[in-house]
Design a protein around this ligand. Structure first.
Ligand code: MRU
Length: 386
């Protein structure tokens, strides 16, 4: 892939290959990163006939897995946030499709036939959560396999789910090094929500960049916002980093602008649930206000997401469906209500950060600085119709 200085689309160096075409990513050899040390948690386990999901509602004090024996159990687990994070939702849905196929037994002779019978279950998986496009992306891949498959459709379905997970892990590792290469040594970073191994097949997106930046010495300190109301930052991110021996400092979401104003952070590094054709990005509620504060204070914003999170059929953020969840999530913590009876609440759980507030989008296909539609199309192909 050529290095285009004018557009600042930086290729990700192929895993293990030397820098090409005069491009130097700042990445050290991939072998230098100790993935055993810097990637210990796995949220999704396929056991051949059932799926186990690490119950993220119970972390950090209870490490327990929920067993899903059928696709509807997977759809429920996605909806109820047993499994969460855009890539992890997609992977879980792919295994949900495998379970939907297994429920047909041996009586279906072709993929096309299986597809017809599985459609209601696939629709229920699709409807589990609306904003993370990885869910629809993964199910499209599963459908694609069924279309062309003969009698071996069950094996091919399972192989595809495994491929989705394997590719996600590889993408995260590549993005980790590519994103870390953008960060000056000694920088402090702020992240939001949870984008780590818990939210992916492993290593994480934004948290992968942070892991790589810690490992190669570029990142001096990590701050994590607590991420009200579900507390992904407080309950998941700082715990996950602790498993790797990485100390992170938790802040109240409302402390972020003060952190920036006092010069304590140089990058905001976040994940994404949908990146549009113009670079507008949906992510956990609060990301937009972080990006506004960051621009005001000269702090840079990095979005890290695999290409499965890119939706080239969405022209801009205006087309992203923002999930509204139960207001009860805002009215109490861990089931204990702290808001007076009769008070109502509004609970959108994602927001859209306009592309012009994003300094870099890091995907496994390359780094896009100052994203816009032309650059997105250069990397991901022409905008498609929905
Ligand atoms: O509601 P959640 O916890 O699923 O939201 C997760 C996020 O917003 C993440 O930042 C995003 O999915 C990227 S995860 C790699």
């Amino acid at each position: 892939m050529p290095y285009t200085t004018g557009w600042a689309i930086r290729p990700v160096v192929v895993w293990g290959a030397s820098p090409c075409c005069g491009y130097h990513s700042g990445m050290t050899a991939s072998a230098s990163l100790d993935f055993e040390r810097y990637d210990r948690v796995r949220p999704i386990r396929w056991l051949g006939d059932r799926l186990e999901l690490l119950d993220q509602r119970k972390l950090p004090f209870d490490v327990a897995y929920v067993t899903c024996n059928d696709s509807d159990a997977v759809a429920t687990a996605i909806r109820d946030l047993v499994v969460r994070g855009a890539p992890a939702i997609g992977i879980a849905a792919a295994w949900g499709a495998v379970l939907a196929g297994r429920a047909l037994g041996n009586r279906v002779a072709s993929g096309a036939e299986a597809l017809v019978e599985m459609q209601p279950a696939l629709d229920r998986l699709q409807a589990a959560r609306p904003t993370a496009v990885n869910l629809a992306w993964a199910l499209r891949r599963m459908l694609g396999v069924l279309h062309g498959a003969g009698e071996d459709w069950p094996q091919r379905l399972e192989a595809e789910a495994l491929a989705i997970a394997t590719e996600d892990l590889a993408a995260n590792r590549r993005m980790g090094e590519a994103g870390a290469a953008l960060i000056e040594t000694g920088s402090c970073v702020l992240t939001h929500c949870n984008t780590g191994s818990l939210a992916t097949a492993g290593f994480g997106t934004a948290l992968g960049v942070i892991r790589a930046g810690i490992a190669n010495g570029r990142i001096a300190r990590v701050y994590a916002g607590e991420t009200r109301p579900w507390l992904q930052g407080a309950r998941l991110t700082v715990w996950e980093l602790q498993q790797d021996g990485i100390a992170a400092t938790l802040i109240a979401d409302s402390a972020a602008a003060h952190l920036m104003a006092t010069g304590q952070v140089q990058w905001v590094i976040v994940g994404a649930d949908c990146i549009c054709a113009n670079g507008d990005t949906a992510n956990k509620i609060g990301t937009y206000q972080l990006a506004i504060a960051a621009r005001h204070h000269g702090v840079k914003v990095m979005v890290v997401a695999p290409s499965s999170t890119v939706d080239m059929s969405a022209a801009s953020g205006a087309q992203i469906e923002i999930e509204l969840r139960d207001p009860a999530e805002l009215l109490g913590v861990a089931g204990v209500r702290h808001v007076a009876d009769g008070v109502s609440a509004w609970n959108p759980v994602f927001d859209v950060t306009p592309a012009n507030l994003i300094d870099a989008i890091v995907t496994e296909r390359g780094v896009i600085e100052a994203p816009n539609r032309a650059k997105m199309e250069f990397v991901f192909g022409p905008m498609s119709s929905a």
